[in-house]
Design a binder for this molecule. Structure first.
Ligand SMILES: [Zn+2]
Ligand SMILES: [Zn+2]
Length: 138
C-alpha cells in the first residue's frame, strides 16, 4: 500500500509506518538523542533537552506522553486528558484509565491510536468528545 510520509509527504510503501525510511531514521535519531541526553543529565528541563538535542519541545512531550523515555525531564508536566490531574506517563490518569477500561472494552482506546503530531490540546478535547459520544452510544 502506498502512502504519503507524514513529514516530507513523499510517497512510500510500508505496512505500518507513517514515515518514509529517511524520516523514520531521522525521527529515530532524534529520539535516541533525547533519551541519551536525559540519561546523562537526569535533572534537565524540557527546554534544555530541546536546545541541546535540537529536537522540538512538542516532539519531546510526545515521547513523554507515549511513555517512551525512561528518564523524563524534570519540569515535564502531563495532564490527564479527561480529568486534568497531573500525571507522569501517558495521556490519562490511572483512575480514568480504569473507568474507561470498564466502559470501553471492545475497541482500543482512541488515544492509543492517535497519529503522531496530534497531541495539541484542541485534538485532545476532540478525542475526549469522541470518547464521550462513543460511551453515550453504547
Ligand atoms: Zn519522509
Ligand atoms: Zn483522570
Amino acid at each position: 500500500m502506498l502512502k504519503n510520509c507524514e513529514v516530507c509527504h513523499r510517497v512510500f510503501s510500508h505496512p505500518a509506518r507513517s514515515l518514509c525510511q529517511q524520516c523514520f531514521e531521522t525521527a529515530q535519531m532524534s529520539f535516541e538523542a533525547v533519551k541519551k541526553y536525559l540519561r546523562e543529565n537526569p535533572g534537565a528541563t524540557v527546554a534544555e533537552v530541546s536546545e541541546k538535542t535540537e529536537v522540538p519541545v512538542d516532539l519531546i512531550y510526545e515521547y513523554i506522553s507515549e511513555g517512551r523515555l525512561d528518564v523524563v525531564p524534570r519540569d515535564a508536566r502531563l495532564k490527564c486528558s479527561i480529568c486534568g490531574t497531573d500525571i507522569k506517563v501517558g495521556k490519562v490518569c490511572s483512575k480514568c484509565r480504569a473507568d474507561l477500561r470498564s466502559t470501553i472494552s471492545t475497541s482500543a482506546p482512541a488515544w492509543e491510536s492517535t497519529p503522531r503530531g496530534n497531541t495539541k490540546d484542541a485534538n485532545r478535547v476532540h478525542t475526549l468528545d469522541h470518547i464521550k459520544k462513543h460511551i453515550k452510544k453504547r
